[in-house]
Design a protein around this ligand. Structure first.
Ligand code: ADP
Ligand code: MG
Length: 255
């Protein structure tokens, strides 16, 4: 068996008095497609934000790809992570948020080539070639020279997915990627995510309220409640015969 690519061990995250992650244990295997569902405020976004090192944790350890996120091996054992270590760890992951966060003053093409050029050191030609392949993947080859404001929300979100993929992450994190979209634009974004889910190597962690979608693409569904995983399993099990009362209530409310 492979080592998990993501491992939360006894992770506690508090905001003041509020405990948002409550001794969370959570693992994801390489290549696994995991969906997180659960009520608002249950800590779903916090899990992704901790992985992206956007939030520090109060207790516990998070490992990504075999290394602790917030610490690194120094001369005298584990030491607090340097900025270089955090950057290296962040680069293993690409994140897509509810809001698209594209650079508004750059064309679609430059949105996709900027980080590969200046962070990964790709040549302009290599970066452009990679960007063009990704635009084709998300069905937006004809929009390379457009600015984000000239695109629909669904198109912007597809660019955001392509931009995250341009850094060749091992892990893709999606935080309610379709929640801010008009209903008629949801399908085009889900289709792109679905095509990624067919890639064997890519690890995916997705927070969504699209239950039908979660059922179709996930290897495993985790129901979060009050900063912990209350219940998890294959989608058919969680959606058809949840064991916990709170899972049943949640599904009843959203389905
Ligand atoms: P979810 O994504 O499941 O809706 P979150 O992980 O975003 O939940 O948030 C969990 C809880 O933490 C919520 O009660 C939220 O209000 C709180 N929270 C999130 N970020 C902050 C913050 N920066 N400061 C204070 N409270 C926060
Ligand atoms: Mg959230």
């Amino acid at each position: 068996m492979n080592e998990p690519i993501i491992r939360f061990e006894g992770v506690v995250k508090r905001f003041g008095e509020l405990t948002v992650l409550d001794h969370l244990d959570f693992t994801v295997d390489p290549g696994e497609k995991v969906t997180i569902i659960g009520p608002s405020g249950s800590g779903k976004s916090t899990v992704l934000r901790v992985l992206m090192t956007l939030e520090r944790i109060n207790e516990g350890v998070v490992y990504v790809d075999g290394e602790p996120l917030w610490h690194e091996q120094g001369a005298k054992g584990l030491e607090p992570a340097s900025e270089a270590h955090l950057r290296k760890m962040r680069q293993k992951m690409g994140m897509v948020f509810q809001h698209f966060n594209l650079f508004p003053h750059m064309t679609v093409l430059r949105n996709l080539t900027e980080a590969p050029r200046y962070v990964l050191g790709l040549s302009p030609r290599e970066a452009r070639q990679r960007a063009e392949e990704l635009l084709e993947l998300v069905g937006l080859s004809d929009k390379a020279e457009a600015f984000p404001s000239q695109l629909s929300g669904g198109q912007q979100q597809r660019v955001a997915i392509a931009r995250a993929l341009a850094m060749r992450p091992k892990i893709m994190l999606f935080d309610e990627p379709t929640s801010a979209l008009d209903p008629e634009l949801v399908g085009e974004v889900l289709r792109v995510i679905r095509s990624l889910a067919e890639e064997h190597e890519l690890t995916m962690l997705l927070v969504t309220h699209e239950m039908d979608f979660a059922r179709r693409i996930s290897d495993r569904v985790c129901f979060f409640d009050q900063g912990r995983i209350l219940e998890q399993g294959p989608p058919e099990e969680i959606f058809s015969s949840p064991k916990e009362q709170r899972t049943r209530e949640f599904l009843h409310a959203v389905l």
